[in-house]
Design a protein around this ligand. Structure first.
Ligand code: NI
Length: 166
């Protein structure tokens, strides 16, 4: 449970930096990669992450610029990555300038339910990590090299002359 804005910002900066590295790896050609027909494409997952920052956090009363674009992902990987960059920075400056720690113990209407703002921030980060993990699988299927996030990747192990762990 976040009890200070600083604790959230510290974690958010680490996670959003990792998410940005994932989004910056996307290529236009990779955006249509899917697990199966009718499932969200790699581009749509990235767009969902990029647009959820404002979609979710604006419900708490935080004010920062909404991303441009529609529900469907653009065909440009750079647009998706840049949209996330702008929204992530917008959230950081908004929460630092508009909230005090006391706001974390207040509740907001979230999708018809009352959630503590601290809970919303936790779910927001978890939601992003969840979809980021889905993206990693699709990125591998699309032939992209995925960034190391919490530890070395298979490619990192091989480059270090080590046998990848099972
Ligand atoms: Ni989602």
């Amino acid at each position: 449970m976040f009890t200070t804005i600083q604790a959230f910002v510290d974690e958010w900066k680490k996670e959003s930096t990792a998410t940005q590295r994932v989004l910056d790896t996307l290529t236009d050609a990779s955006l249509n990669q899917r697990i199966a027909p009718d499932f969200r494409s790699l581009g749509q997952l990235g767009w969902h992450i990029a647009t959820t920052v404002h979609e979710m956090l604006s419900r708490t009363g935080l004010e920062f610029a909404a991303p441009e674009g529609e529900e469907h992902a653009p065909s440009s990987a750079k647009t998706i990555a840049d949209t996330y960059r702008t929204s992530a920075a917008g959230l950081t400056s908004a929460i630092q300038s508009q909230w005090t720690d006391a706001k974390l113990a207040e509740s907001s209407d979230m999708y018809g339910e009352q959630w503590l703002n601290a809970t919303t921030l936790r779910i927001f980060i978890s939601h992003e990590i969840h979809h980021r993990g889905e993206m990693i699988v699709l990125m591998r299927q699309a032939g992209l090299r995925v960034p190391d996030i919490y530890g070395p990747t298979r490619e990192d192990w091989l480059e270090r002359g080590m046998v990848p762990l099972v």
